[in-house]
Design a protein around this ligand. Structure first.
Ligand code: SF4
Length: 382
């Protein structure tokens, strides 16, 4: 299969692993004093564990798992607001399946559905648009969630609803952007990050230049990477070579998919429909300036926060909810703790009974550890 098998070739992987080991030795990194490389995207975290790359690379490389899973960084207060919307009798609440089991303060969307709320799992905002056409007497709310990868499809749906004059379709907008949290992490004096593996799908939309500040202002290399094992190994090698050579540049390993300047149609749709919020709350990171998007006034008829007066659109302001006791999601998401170091991992928090979002999302770091070996580690410790 073109673009898959050649990126899983064991012989080629051995060659890149040997090159990584050589460069790590040239840098002088060791297990005790490793090079810290953050993979920003949750999809990369899962690929690293699925293929055992964390075990295969030289022990002088340590992967730090970043905040690039949109379900994981959703604060509990937003989940509560989703439930509040979904439980309105007039509402059909549409969401991607990933968000169904994320715990809120009192319940998840899955529990709300079990109690009778009309919640539908959809694969695209276009499914929600179709539901709005077929149910003119109901209010269809789409849970717009995700980074720049999913933002354009929600924008195009809002534009389509506007063209059709649909009056019963709104979006609960939780779209967020990648560069601001990276800046927040780089500004954190407790973080040690020597370089980044950059997100492939997000970059397909925004291109590589929004990361320029990482190299120019912070002197760190970033390599945009694909999702196959050889993509990731080659990207790690490119980051390490930059560190060895004293360079800090934005490089693109995933050039077969990521254009330097992104996707102009997607970028135009984003610019037409959204504007940056002054601030947005992230689980584990708090409020980050200009890190979230809201729907522009020209499309306010499609903004669920405005129509239903909740969230950032609430007249009384919105509640910030503390994480449950013992939950270390914030520390894991900012790379200060490995999932297996969370006291709840495999005990108070499992995929069947999650305490935090990182255990339920298909891109969550805790789910990756659990799926690819964490469960066995817990059993061995018992
Ligand atoms: S094990 Fe559960 S509570 Fe602990 S960090 Fe992971 S998701 Fe959060």
């Amino acid at each position: 299969m073109r673009y898959v098998e050649e990126f899983r070739d064991p012989k080629a992987a051995k060659g890149v692993l040997a090159a990584i080991a050589r460069v790590v030795d040239e840098i002088g990194a060791t297990k005790e004093k490793p090079v810290y490389i953050m993979e920003i995207c949750g999809g990369h975290t899962h690929a690293i564990f699925r293929y055992g790359l964390d075990k295969l690379v030289h022990e002088g490389v340590e992967f730090i798992h970043g905040p690039g899973c949109p379900v994981c960084v959703l604060p509990m207060s937003r989940v509560d607001e989703c439930v509040e919307l979904a439980e309105r009798p007039e509402v059909i609440f549409c969401t991607f399946g990933d968000a169904m089991r994320v715990p809120g303060t009192k319940k998840s969307l899955m529990q709300a559905k079990a109690e009778g709320a009309d919640i539908r799992m959809v694969y695209s905002p276009l499914d929600a648009l179709e539901l709005a056409r077929r149910n003119p007497d109901r209010e269809v709310v789409f849970f717009g969630l995700g980074f720049e990868t999913t933002t354009p499809s929600t924008a195009l749906s809002i534009q389509q609803a506007d063209r059709e004059g649909l009056t019963n379709f709104t979006v609960f907008c939780n779209h967020i952007t990648v560069p601001p949290p990276i800046k927040a992490l780089l500004d954190d004096p407790h973080m040690i990050l020597d370089g980044f593996v950059g997100p492939g799908h997000v970059s397909m939309v925004i291109g590589t230049h929004p990361y320029d500040f990482i190299a120019e202002d912070y002197g760190r290399p970033l390599v945009v990477a694909g999702f196959e094992p050889l993509d990731l190994l080659q990207s790690v090698l490119m980051v390490l070579e930059q560190i060895r050579d004293g360079r800090s540049e934005i490089e693109n390993q995933y050039a077969r998919v990521v254009p330097e300047h992104g996707n102009p149609i997607s970028l135009a749709a984003i610019a037409d429909v959204y504007e940056p919020r002054p601030t947005f709350e992230w689980r584990g990171l708090g409020e980050i300036d200009a890190s979230g998007l809201r729907i522009r006034d020209a499309y306010r008829a499609y903004d669920a926060e405005v129509k239903f007066g909740i969230g950032y659109g609430a007249a009384t302001g919105r509640a910030v909810v503390e994480e449950p006791e013992g939950c270390a999601c914030g520390a894991v998401m900012t790379g200060r703790m490995k999932p297996t170091q969370c006291p709840q991992f495999g005990l108070g928090c499992t995929p069947e009974m999650p305490l935090g979002a990182l255990m339920v999302s298909s891109e969550g770091a805790c789910a990756a550890y659990w799926t690819y070996g964490g469960a066995r580690m817990v059993e061995a410790a018992e």
